[in-house]
Design a protein around this ligand. Structure first.
Ligand code: NOJ
Length: 561
């Protein structure tokens, strides 16, 4: 049986501090604001809080561009606030996981400023600097945030590498000093008593040393260099070194964000006994609705693809590693808008998707507002958008073809990261109760209908449903450790699977459509007693036949003994 670990039994809640709760009226969420809401999180029942970056940053990418790893962003508060927050979290028997963003720093970080000053600076080699090639960039890599991944520096007549924005230069992990600085930073926070790290694009830290050109795309100047910087040659060496020098000395939860990894690679990153990480955030299921040219290229999601992908990961890591489970986060659209129906079946589909996630094997991650069924937003013009990825894409596409406007806006409505970053909807009061000032990004206009205040007192709310799901995880070991098996693989509307632990079984039945497909009880699932653990519609005993019609987005979980 899989080894028991507290981080497998936990539920994690992600806070994007800028958009969570503003205590001082400057329109930006802060640490004191988080403190005010800890009882809310305790009531929900989560075990671990993952804080997106709270370090000093010029906020080119909202804190994912760090200029000082050992101090707190002014807008968010002080180190004393942080220490108090940590204490208050621990007092409530919860844990804190911090974001570790060490593939790159901000260009305003001291190391980069010194590196830029002179080619002879001892910090020069903390980053990737290269002369141009034939009067152009050193290679043809495209930045994840559009344009070239290289920025020219006139003073030294060299370019530096930035896989993300030009204000996020990539650190050179080949340099042992870089690694030891990073490990020191990790120890600094661990000594304060934090309980783990979520590691930003950590599978990008080892690059193929020659930094070769990527195969060119027809009609395009730049192409993704991912094959040369994702899961690079020394990635396992670096993670094992990090584990040996830092992680192994503490009892932690660790998760590596890893775009573009396969199950086989995930086995290496999370394998028991490999001494790397507890789990990874893989991206396969959030790429299923993208066409060949990437995330903005919209494609309809097929349930068969979703089943195949989750089943591959569930079976692939079974007994070997461990899955993280998420359907949205600060980089992804809201799950109810993307995988459910945020209109007619908003309530039902939000609960169905939650049932899905919490009954898979792995550690579930809830993104702030998900427990309220917060939805995507459609701001009328680009002026209301703040996200650098969205704005860079918009500018690039609009300069290519002005006629494209409505197509570009549709992509932003479906996939833009600001969908996840509108302020948390606490109440039906001004600015959804997020701030008494002007919020840094507009509130989703549906806050009058969707907010925490109302859901806390409604027994049938999405919030109450999440609470129950989390409780079930604590009451039944099978929810954590049971193995997963898909049934009805070919069904086009129903996603059903079992979980098995010893003699116990769970049967999870989910209708992913707004139709009413019939579910027939599989013959092989024998039982003496079946108990309904949770469902998102009320079910009469009479309804509990061996074949029944499911209602739109219905979810039922039975325990069979
Ligand atoms: C992944 C983070 O989740 C995202 O928000 C950020 O923009 C990039 N990494 C770069 O740090």
């Amino acid at each position: 049986m899989t080894k028991k670990e507290w981080w497998k039994e936990s539920v994690v809640y992600q806070i994007y501090p800028r958009s969570f709760n503003d205590s001082n009226g400057d329109g930006i969420g802060d640490l004191k604001g988080i403190m005010e809401k800890l009882d809310y999180l305790k009531e929900l029942g989560v075990d671990v809080i993952w804080l997106s970056p709270v370090y000093q940053s010029p906020n080119d990418d909202n804190g994912y561009d760090i200029s000082d790893y050992q101090s707190i962003m002014d807008e968010f508060g002080t180190m004393q606030d942080f220490e108090e927050l940590l204490q208050e979290i621990h007092k409530r028997d919860m844990k804190l996981m911090m974001d570790l963003v060490v593939n790159h720093t901000s260009d305003e970080h001291e190391w980069f400023r010194l590196a830029k000053q002179s080619k002879d600076s001892p910090y020069r080699d903390y980053y990737y600097w290269k002369p141009g090639k034939n009067g152009a960039e050193p290679n043809n890599w495209e930045s994840v945030f559009s344009g070239s991944a290289w920025e020219y520096d006139e003073d030294s007549n060299e370019y530096y590498l930035h896989i993300f924005s030009k204000k996020q230069p990539d650190l050179n992990w080949e340099n042992p000093k870089v690694r030891s600085e990073v490990f020191d930073t990790m120890k600094f926070w661990l000594e304060k008593g934090i309980d783990g790290f979520r590691m930003d694009v950590i599978n990008f830290i080892s690059k193929v040393p020659s930094l070769p050109d990527a195969p060119a795309l027809e009609g395009k100047k730049y192409a993704s260099g991912a094959d040369f910087y994702m899961n690079g040659p020394k990635i396992h060496e670096y993670l094992q070194e990090m584990n040996q020098q830092v992680l192994s000395k503490y009892d932690l939860i660790t998760v590596g964000e890893m775009p573009g990894i396969t199950v086989e690679q995930a086995k290496l990153y999370t394998g028991e006994g490999r001494n790397e990480l507890n789990m990874v955030f893989q991206f396969e299921h959030v790429d299923l609705d993208s066409g060949p040219t990437g995330k903005w290229d919209l494609k309809e999601l097929q349930l068969s693809d979703l089943k195949a992908s989750f089943t591959k990961w569930q079976k692939g890591l079974e007994q070997v590693g461990w899955n993280s489970l998420y359907l949205n986060n600060h980089d992804q659209p809201r799950m109810v808008s993307r995988f459910g129906n945020d209109d007619e079946y908003w309530l039902e589909s939000a609960k169905m998707l939650a049932t899905f996630l919490h009954f898979l094997q792995g550690t579930p991650y809830i993104y702030q507002g998900e427990e309220l069924g917060m939805t995507n937003v459609r701001f009328p013009t680009i002026d209301d958008y703040k996200d650098i990825e969205t704005l860079n894409m918009y500018n690039e596409k609009i300069s290519e073809d002005k006629e494209n406007l409505s197509q570009i806006m549709n992509s932003i409505y479906a996939k833009g990261r600001d969908n996840a970053r509108t302020p948390m909807q606490w109440s039906s009061g001004p600015n959804a109760g997020f701030t008494s000032g002007t919020p840094w990004i507009k509130v989703n206009p549906n806050y009058q209908e969707i907010n925490a205040e109302q859901q806390l007192v409604d027994d049938h709310s999405i919030f109450q449903y999440y609470k129950k799901l989390i409780q079930l995880r604590k009451q039944h070991e099978i929810v954590v450790y049971g193995t997963y098996d898909l049934i009805l693989p070919e069904h086009s509307e129903i996603y059903a699977f079992t979980r098995t632990l010893g003699d116990e079984k769970l049967l999870i039945i989910l209708n992913f459509s707004d139709g009413q497909p019939e579910f027939e009880w599989p013959q092989e699932l024998e039982y003496e007693k079946k108990e309904l653990l949770i469902s998102n519609y009320s079910i009469d005993q009479e309804d509990e036949q061996e074949a029944f019609k499911l209602l739109p987005y219905e979810a039922r979980v039975y325990k069979l003994t």
